[in-house]
Design a protein around this ligand. Sequence first.
Ligand code: DC
Length: 231
Amino acid sequence: MSEASLEPSRKPPLIAIDGPAAAGKGTLAQSLAGKLDLPYLDTGLLYRAIGKLMRDAGQDLDDPTAATSVAEKLAPDDLRRTDLRGREAGELASRVAIHPGVRAALLAFQRDFAHGSRGAVLDGRDIGTVICPDADVKLYVTASAEVRARRRTDELLAKGRAVEYEAILAEVKARDARDSGRAEAPLRPADDAIVIDTSALGPAEVLATALSIVENWREGRRVSAGGGERR
Ligand code: DC
């Protein structure tokens, strides 16, 4: 294990968390932000809100000009909608996210949030690679498509929805393909991200792993920790 000794850091960290849909990055980001008392931005909500606004207005989600125009006018209230968390919004989000104009329109807001004086946790697909290449800690949270589909199916069944594992698996794979195949900001770990595979880990273990990685950063050690793989 290579260990570069740096000065211990007292500044609040900027933490970038990326990864595919349903890998557990939202759960991790939220609990990490709570534990470390850092502002948290779920960047998926931005894309979800654009998708929903376009759908409500009967607009064509594949039209880059229309999508960019909605992204440029996005307001904080749009993120407070209560219908952004579901599967439909996720699908719409993944479609509008392919437009470079949409991504460009959201860049400044995300960077401003990230660079406040209190540190921040942002989760998404391109935080470590595009939005915050300067992040102090970059995590890439992933799990096999089968494990992610199983978790999502169980979550939905627990809510009383009639869903089938095979259909959810197909959805997860299709979303991965769209998010990874984007010319602009494709889903991938930053070169200096630490990969956490959550396939065999529960939320508490994932949080403990991430906290130990942040602790290493604070102490000035750039090492992998507790199952994190140094890239
Ligand atoms: O993280 P999520 O499931 O809420 O994201 C929904 C979609 O939004 C995702 O499939 C791709 C897009 N997205 C993105 O392109 N870049 C981000 N930083 C966050 C989300």
